[in-house]
Ligand binder design. Structure first.
Ligand code: FES
Length: 167
């Protein structure tokens, strides 16, 4: 049955933000769109595991969650670029140097938050908090949170995922 409890997909700190959004709304179905926004913002897109977890946590049928995720144009079920770097624009990260990281990404790849390189290799996205403020400044590079970043380390991490990838 669709209401079987689905566990949090991973220990990624971004789930803290997702869980907080659901809690703020009493873990009720009214939280659905807001929660999907948080998943999209912090992970860059909505994958099936996330949709199943949200459905289970809010006790909403998966079919409805999937329907909402596909109905609204601001949700995407696939990553935009082949790789994603989601930089955190939250206060802790901002004051610890995120603007310099954004500038370095822009200089190296020619794209800023919300943009994807013309070859589709990299999307740079931004989030209000990735749930790892104690490790600021952070960015999520593909599936991993990169902590205490410098502009150089951010570029290096992005280069690593782009060169390791099997296309
Ligand atoms: S402010 Fe950046 S992780 Fe929370």
């Amino acid at each position: 049955m669709e209401f079987g409890k689905v566990g949090q997909p991973s220990q990624d700190p971004r789930w803290r933000m997702v869980n907080a959004t659901m809690r703020q709304h009493g873990n009720r179905s009214q939280a659905l769109i807001e929660t999907l926004h948080t998943v999209q913002e912090t992970f860059g897109y909505l994958d099936e595991d996330a949709l199943r977890y949200v459905a289970s946590s809010l006790r909403v049928p998966f079919s409805r969650v999937f329907g909402v995720a596909t109905f609204y144009h601001f949700f995407s079920l696939k990553p935009q670029g082949r790789h994603a770097c989601i930089v955190c624009l939250g206060t802790a990260c901002y004051i610890k140097g995120v603007p310099k990281i954004i500038a370095a990404l822009k200089e190296r790849y020619g794209v800023g938050p919300g943009e994807t390189t013309p070859d589709g290799e990299l999307s740079v996205l931004s989030a209000r908090c990735l749930g790892a403020c104690g490790l600021a400044p952070v960015a999520a590079v593909d599936s991993e949170i990169a902590a205490k970043l410098t502009p150089e380390a951010a570029i290096q991490r992005v280069e690593e995922v782009m060169s390791n990838a099997v296309h």
